[in-house]
Design a protein. Structure first.
Length: 750
């Protein structure tokens, strides 16, 4: 708007000069202008016809050309310019033009950064020569009124040489009933067609004295493709397309640009954006905006309706970055001079309201390409509804969507638009095909998911950036295939075992996953916390299935860590049988599990105990020589067991039986020297086998199928190295799902 006055002044000066010369002599004036245009305005002017009637004030110029400074390219041309002046009004210090008619004008506008190809002409209004003859404001000395101004068949070509942007407007039609350099309003009507499609009609009322204007815009079927060069400053775009229509009413003042008021409607159809890889980044069938009132100066943005239909977009996650950051141009850091900046405390707070906000029939595709096998989630038929959205309080929104492979998602959101500090979220996912998440299952556990239906309820409260969430996971009929060894999973757990253990009698898995954290922390990731919590649970279940099942059956898991026994024990005590009974109850509750009982024997301790028993027997016989060579009775063995190994008589007897070189040796060494090593070793292994046989027979009598039992002794290497207590270690595994996480040495030796 600020260019209007100097432009009108310059144009008026040029027209007035032409008319003045034409009054003297049209033919001489035409020749003079053609020959001395460079001297007059710095550019070559070509006129073929100049006609003037000094009695009627009728002037006509035909085949006009105004060239660029290079004297070759055309800047402005037109076929005919007709001007009718009321000459007698000049006597009353009034310039009255009854008609201005311009036919087929052509204007070639070029921009190179901030410079335009008409800057030299605008500068004419500031030169001393024209300033002396042309007042700064014509209305100061003369009353000016221009009537019946018309432009027909106009063509405007605009080129941004830096951005290589081209805009062409054809069939320009302009009708102005009158322009007044006084207190009256000027009415202007413009009608033009754009070369790339679309039509623009405007109606302008402008008071040149006060600077007030009223602009009505009717834009139909305008192609937005030419705006692409202006977006590439910050976005990597290959193309942007869409058809824009608008009916807007703008009121304001040219001296206060931001003090305007705008209302009306905008519509955008067939919108699409493709990135620099020629991949669709965003598209929408329709966008409709009903503007109630926008006042930039007062920071007021009120909308009756914002409705979008048929959005198609997505988000891709890469090892480095994502599809959103990939769309942004690389930004260079600039230093801001804070000394020149001022902060106004009077700036009004942004006042933003939307009465009705709707997104319908939309689609969103999420791709996670950080996994070994890419993950894709298709959200279809997305519908979002919210009423009375504002920046000055809490809002509510409802989001619904269906999933490509079945299932629905519902999200209830309550919070502030520009602040996540205090937010409530309720998420429900129902009937989701679990196979969709196979890429994550392979990534974390190495197992492909083959079956299952998932439901997920999540209630989340964010208060002062602290998240407190409750997540309920419900999975029905979950099944996994054989484990893949490559690529190596992040968590090496027997997933089949864990899933089987946590299933209830209805083949359902119900898990509660609480989540807490500070959402502003750089390490915070909702997905990572969920997976970590779930994985920790599965690891705990898979590594300690007996504990998990004992808890679920109301048994004491502390008493089922292992079954300890004495080194020379050949039967089980009531306490041990109680433990074994509980194991039988557990395995019968999960008949597809295998109960693994592995016997660990401290050979040194066992041999010493057997050597002690042999020494006690010999000592007992020395006290009862009549029993030598006779079968001993149970009462005899009871008395032998009752002999105190610390009794002086017994220790003296042992010392008396060893050779002279062992008189000062340790008591254990003395005991071992009195026994037959091979006999002691054979007896140790016979006891081991007997305990295994007794245990297997007892469990089978309790109703445990033989296929569900695996009772064995630690291999020779383990046995020779083992120095812990004598015990059966307890473990349970699922069929064809061997335990991948071995028991620690400490657990083996407890």
């Amino acid at each position: 708007m600020k260019l209007i006055k100097p432009f009108i002044i310059t144009l008026s000066s040029i027209i007035a000069f032409f008319i003045l010369i034409a009054l003297i002599l049209p033919s001489i004036a035409k020749n003079y202008i053609n020959q001395h245009g460079k001297e007059l305005i710095g550019r070559q002017i070509n006129i073929k016809g100049l006609y003037l009637n000094i009695f009627t004030g009728h002037t006509r110029i035909t085949d006009f050309q105004l060239l660029e400074p290079n004297d070759q390219d055309k800047f402005v041309t037109f076929d005919t310019l007709t001007v009718d002046i009321a000459l007698f009004h000049l006597l009353y210090n009034e310039l009255k033009i009854n008609r201005i008619d311009l036919i087929n004008p052509y204007i070639n506008l070029l921009q190179n950064q901030s410079a335009f190809n008409f800057d030299d002409l605008l500068a004419l209004g500031k030169t001393d020569t024209l300033a002396a003859s042309t007042p700064t404001d014509p209305s100061d000395n003369m009353s000016i009124a221009l009537y019946d101004i018309g432009i027909h068949g106009g063509h405007i070509l605009y080129k941004d040489l830096v951005r290589n942007s081209v805009w062409q407007m054809e069939n320009l039609s302009l009708q102005i009933p009158g322009i007044y350099f006084s207190g009256k309003n000027t009415d202007v009507g413009i009608n033009l067609n754009f070369n790339n499609g679309g039509n623009l009609q405007t109606a302008i009322q402008y008071n040149m004295e006060a600077g007030n204007y009223l602009l009505n815009i009717d834009l139909q079927n305008f192609s937005i493709a030419p705006i692409r060069p202006y977006l590439t400053d910050f976005l990597k775009l290959n193309a942007i397309d869409g058809i824009l229509s608008a009916q807007l009413k703008i009121e304001g003042n040219v001296d206060h640009i931001t003090e305007l008021s705008l209302n009306g409607q905008l519509g955008l159809n067939a919108f699409s954006v493709t990135d620099h890889k020629n991949k669709l980044a965003l598209s929408a069938d329709t966008l409709f905006i009903d503007i109630e009132n926008i006042q930039p100066e007062k920071q007021i943005f009120y909308f009756n309706t914002i409705a979008v239909s048929g959005i198609n977009t997505g988000f891709e996650l890469y090892h480095k970055g994502n599809s959103f950051t990939d769309l942004l141009q690389d930004q260079t850091t600039t230093t801001i001079d804070t000394t020149t900046q001022t902060t106004s405390t009077n700036n009004p707070k942004l006042d933003f309201k939307v009465k009705n906000f709707r997104i319908n029939r939309s689609q969103f595709i999420f791709n996670d390409k950080t996994l070994h096998t890419p993950f894709t989630l298709n959200l279809e038929n997305i519908n979002i509804s919210a009423d009375n959205l504002t920046l000055n309080g809490k809002n509510k929104a409802l989001i619904k969507s269906t999933l490509k492979n079945g299932g629905t998602i519902t999200l209830n959101w309550q919070g502030e638009i520009d602040n996540l500090t205090n937010t409530d979220l309720l998420l429900k996912i129902q009937n989701l095909d679990l196979k969709t998440f196979t890429p994550y299952s392979l990534q974390y556990f190495g197992y492909p998911l083959t079956k299952g239906i998932l439901s997920f309820n999540s209630v989340n409260n964010i208060s002062n950036n602290l998240l407190d969430g409750r997540n309920n996971l419900n999975i029905a009929k979950c099944e996994v295939d054989k484990k893949h060894k490559e690529p190596k999973p992040e968590y090496n757990i027997p997933l089949k075992t864990a899933l089987y253990l946590i299933k209830d009698v209805n083949d359902q898995i119900k898990i509660e996953l609480p989540i807490k954290g500070n959402i502003t922390s750089p390490e915070f990731s909702y997905k990572k916390i969920i997976f970590k919590t779930l994985t920790n649970l599965l690891v705990k279940v898979a590594v300690s299935p007996v504990n998990f099942l004992a808890n679920s059956l109301g048994l004491s898991p502390d008493k089922l860590k292992n079954i300890p026994f004495e080194a020379i024990q050949n039967d089980f005590t009531p306490e041990q049988l109680t433990q074994i009974n509980q194991l039988a109850e557990i395995i019968k509750a999960k008949p597809e599990m295998t109960l693994i009982l592995e016997q660990f024997v401290n050979l040194s301790q066992s041999k010493t105990a057997l050597a002690l028993l042999y020494a006690k027997k010999q000592y007992y016989l020395s006290l009862h020589p009549e029993k030598i060579g006779q079968p001993l009775l149970p009462i005899d063995y009871s008395k032998i067991y009752e002999i105190n190994a610390q009794n002086n008589s017994f220790t003296t007897y042992v010392a008396s039986q060893v050779t002279e070189d062992l008189k000062t040796a340790s008591f254990e060494t003395q005991l071992l020297s009195l026994s037959d090593k091979q006999q002691i070793s054979d007896l140790t292994y016979r006891l081991i086998e007997k305990r295994n046989s007794l245990l297997a027979n007892y469990l089978q009598r309790q109703g445990v199928p033989e296929k569900c039992l695996k009772i064995s002794t630690a291999n020779q290497e383990k046995t020779l190295e083992y120095t812990g207590k004598n015990q059966y270690t307890i473990q349970m595994v699922f069929e064809n799902d061997p335990l991948d996480i071995p028991l620690t040495t400490q657990e083996n030796q407890e």
